[in-house]
Design a protein around this ligand. Sequence first.
Ligand SMILES: NC(=O)c1ccc[n+]([C@@H]2O[C@H](COP(=O)([O-])OP(=O)(O)OC[C@H]3O[C@@H](n4cnc5c(N)ncnc54)[C@H](O)[C@@H]3O)[C@@H](O)[C@H]2O)c1
Length: 324
Amino acid sequence: MRILVTGCAGFIGYHLCLALSSESSFKIFGIDNLNNYYDVNLKKNRLKNLRKTQNFIFKKIDLINFNNLNLFIKKNKIDIIINLAAQAGVRFSIEKPEKYFDSNFVGFFNILEASRLNKIKHLIYASSSSVYGDNENYPLKENSETSNPLSFYAASKKTNEIMAESYNTIYKLKSTGLRFFTVYGPYGRPDMSLYKFCDAIHYKKNIYLYNNGKHLRDFTYVDDVIKSILIIVKKYDFRVKKHKIFNICSNNPKSLKFFLRNIEKNFKGKTKVVYLKKQKGDVYKTHGDNQNLIKFTKFKNFTSLEEGIVRFIDWYKKYHKVRY
Ligand SMILES: NC(=O)c1ccc[n+]([C@@H]2O[C@H](COP(=O)([O-])OP(=O)(O)OC[C@H]3O[C@@H](n4cnc5c(N)ncnc54)[C@H](O)[C@@H]3O)[C@@H](O)[C@H]2O)c1
């Protein structure tokens, strides 16, 4: 199988390409535009690690450029596309909605079109828990209400699901959407809380806790996410006709305060916490139901948040050469 992973220099894309490229039955192609939404060196370092594997080819391509994208897919006879490239981040979407329109609307449309034209056998794409907005019934199931996005990011992900559904109905394009819930782990994103809190402790800066730290998040360790995607890639039954959606979550929400206490304990450092009110776009709680995922993958040994934090801090200290 020849697999294209978009957003391969990103956090989840990097881990996914590492795992896929260790399987001899796959040939892995990665594309990314290496944008500067966060530290480009982190993206380049991820790519450096990926280039050490024999089974991985990288090309710098922007999803917005349909001709380059389509040609690359055609030339490399891609069978499966895993679309992770997107403008991520809830808060930034309130500042710069146009970035989301480009990558998440136009870019995703180009992925659908290129998939249709090149007869892609299975398109797997990243959606997000943000599509659920502020829901009242937990845990959130794949068929829970998703028509009240609180941010333009959430709107872009919900729109992707509807676009994929329509390509499935009209052109029979087989696709699976993955609603990721707060994925964290080594080589994680510097704009997300775990990285930001470690930076604040390391550089002795304030930590800002929105909604007074009362937010609850269904933190999901990156290795668990990658294992789930690998099983979805391998077990997919090509006779299935319908577009499917899975929650990718550990079904174990924790408060930001609990999260921070664990980080401070393991980092062996403390810093000043500034409590702020809830921000526009933020949802109060994410808590996903993962029964459909477990039923399909049989994967149920999710990494505890405590263990995941220890692994992230080990990586952070090595990567930033922190000595204590
Ligand atoms: N990490 C999470 O907790 C989380 C949660 C929900 C959904 N998601 C979704 O999962 C996917 C991967 O997230 P991530 O955390 O790895 O984010 P990331 O920002 O680390 O990775 C995305 C990658 O896509 C690339 N990219 C962006 N726009 C592009 C374009 N137009 N053309 C080509 N490349 C482009 C970026 O350079 C980046 O390397 C995204 O779609 C994101 O919205 C992530």
